[in-house]
Design a protein around this ligand. Sequence first.
Ligand code: C2E
Ligand code: CA
Ligand code: CA
Ligand code: CA
Length: 278
Amino acid sequence: AKAEGKGRYKFYAADMTLRQERRLDMEGALRGAIDSRAFHVYYQPKLQLRGGDIAGFEALVRWDHPSLGLIPPMDFIPLAEELGLITQIDLLVLEQACTMGVQCLARGYPVTMAVNLSSLDLKNPDLPTLVAGILAQTGLPANMLVLEITESFAMEAGLGQTSILEQLTALGVSLAIDDFGTGYSSLSYLKALPVNSVKIDRSFVRDIGTDSRDTMLVSTIVGLAHSLNLRVVAEGVEDHGQKDLLHHHHCDEAQGYLVARPMPADQVFAFLDQSAQD
Ligand code: C2E
Ligand code: CA
Ligand code: CA
Ligand code: CA
């Protein structure tokens, strides 16, 4: 039994080394990717349920890794956060998204551009100045920019980071609460923060047609949000049944594979032209 234990330890140690090596590789590659700006921004549209116009897009980052190809955000954002690199990445995404917004505007599409912020970004006191700089440099009108922050951060912010959010909204940008409904406890932060919209998490939208409790939750969230003058966006809308129910329950916008998958920058104008014809 002793030998077996030792063997297992050795095996585990070797495995650890491999993982540590892989992590170091990833770490180096990620730093290199920031220097060479090797991030692609994909854009996923949000459909206005009343009227059927495209209201805007959400920018979603992918890392263009030299040998691994496009890496989804969930596979490198935690590492980027750990290494303190996330804000640099988010600012690269912000710059690309603002440039895209200006180009959409020039083509006659005044769509909003939403960018995801990590809670670490919001701990950086320079963030409002950095955002203002990117707006000025790209020429995007501030009212076309939406910053998506997660509910868990928003609740923390109730306790301290409010002034960063206030400085951001003072620039004229909008704030959206992402993954709304997945946190819990008090909703009082909604009253305390300068928020403009909430995004109902995909987990509530998924079963909206079949689970009456989810339908009830969504309808309650919409009512609550509207009573606070907030717009409501539903995430993860994949079929017509979900879309129709959301419309029926007065949700404002739908985002999800039904409208379109996140698309590379070079497909955005064709998508807008096509949608305008429908
Ligand atoms: P999120 O903000 O909740 O974004 C929505 C995610 O759901 C995206 O995944 C999107 O591709 C996916 N999605 C959209 N519609 C549907 C649908 O109909 N069905 C299903 N099953 N999925 C759908 P993605 O692009 O992999 O992003 C994952 C998460 O990574 C995002 O979740 C966001 O939290 C984070 N993220 C993405 N881009 C950035 C970024 O630039 N900065 C930061 N800090 N985080 C980002
Ligand atoms: Ca988001
Ligand atoms: Ca979500
Ligand atoms: Ca999210």
